[in-house]
Design a protein. Structure first.
Lengths: 197, 197
DNA sequence: TGTACATCAGTGAACGCGCGTTCACTGATGTAC
DNA sequence: TGTACATCAGTGAACGCGCGTTCACTGATGTAC
């Protein structure tokens, strides 16, 4: 619709990619506007032009990481019709995302508590809501068919991602504290068990 | 051993109590040395005298909150010999701690990612380790007796506290997003199911 | 086609602010002899 | 008992630093007529 100069989206994507690297390399304390400016080689004015504020940049990055994670779960469910197989595939996908995209996983878990400004929260919801809806839609027939307990979506989510999210958090803060291979083997069937009618 | 002036421990406790209130009222962003100084009415020098640094104060507060949480779980297990009854009591205790001591719960969950300086981490471990050991000790005979699956302590912890910790986090960031009463009814038996041999 | 104007990505020096921290100090209490 | 000294809780003005943010600007590209 509105005319976009060539390279705008690419610039935004490049800034976010560099910002994620800064966060991974320098930690949450070292994740500052100054550090992102230094890493991208861009000017502060340019970052403000694209994101409005540092909070806006962080929210955009969070939205992108969260969308990546949810897409990973959706990909894992793609084509799977068996309820148990799907639940176990999704939980394994969560753990493998944690390992393989640990930068994104770290940013998600670190920022989950940082309340973004309302306007930025809306941008996040815009990316998040449709993906969550797809996940719920996958589950619906299995609940209707009596293969999964009839729980509220929130309780379902707590039981499904609680153990793997906690495992991810623990591993991200200390990789020696928990073995991801062990978690991948142990957790999925037990999470499935917790969802039985 | 070393002579202590009257009131020292009381002063430290009072500072920590006020610091927790500051964190609850002003949020993580507003949790600053300046704000704690204003809330306690003490001087910055006095806070440095007792805690060495702001990181030291935060670590001491985290240690106290975590000890309170673990003591709550231990109290819930006190006198219970049945495995299922104990597991369900502990998970319910976690949720009721979240509701009733929400300031402490919020500080725990917010700080869990903030890596404290090594020296302060040691102080935390000193309070935490013996309590974790007691929890593990409670579980041992039930594993030996075949009533609970023979899992590594970490996996056991992920399955046990994963769903309730995730519920707590969600509720703390948005109380309307999850119903703690529902969680108290729904989660305990399902967590128990996930621990079956 | 040429000219004038609008749009927008990107620049970078400068800003004020609030942060954690320092340090020379006071005064009350405990200890030695 | 009295005197001298040590210890330690607590004071508060002052510090430097790095933060997010601002703003007047440049220059390339798109649009109108």
């Amino acid at each position: 619709m509105s005319p976009k100069h060539q390279g705008t989206d690419e610039t935004v994507a490049r800034i976010l990619t560099e910002a994620l690297r800064v966060h991974a390399e320098r930690g949450h304390e070292g994740f500052t506007m100054k550090a992102v400016i230094a890493a991208t080689g861009m000017s502060s004015g340019s970052l403000y032009h694209h994101f409005g504020s540092f909070d806006g940049l962080a929210a955009a990055l969070y939205a992108r990481c969260m969308a990546d994670l949810l897409d990973t779960l959706l990909d894992a469910l793609d084509g799977i019709t068996d309820a148990q197989e799907g639940v176990e595939a999704a939980t394994r996908a969560y753990l493998s995302f944690t390992r393989e995209r640990s930068d994104a996983a770290r940013f998600i878990h670190t920022s989950a508590y940082a309340a973004f400004l309302p306007e930025h929260a809306a941008v996040i919801a815009e990316l998040k809501t449709p993906r969550i809806a797809k996940l719920v839609a996958w589950m619906v027939p299995h609940v209707a068919g009596g293969r999964v307990a009839r729980l509220s979506p929130v309780m379902m989510e707590m039981l499904l991602i609680g153990p793997v999210a906690e495992t991810a958090r623990r591993w991200l803060s200390d990789p020696s504290a928990v073995d991801l291979d062990e978690a991948t083997a142990v957790l999925p069937p037990r999470i499935w068990a917790s969802l039985q009618p």
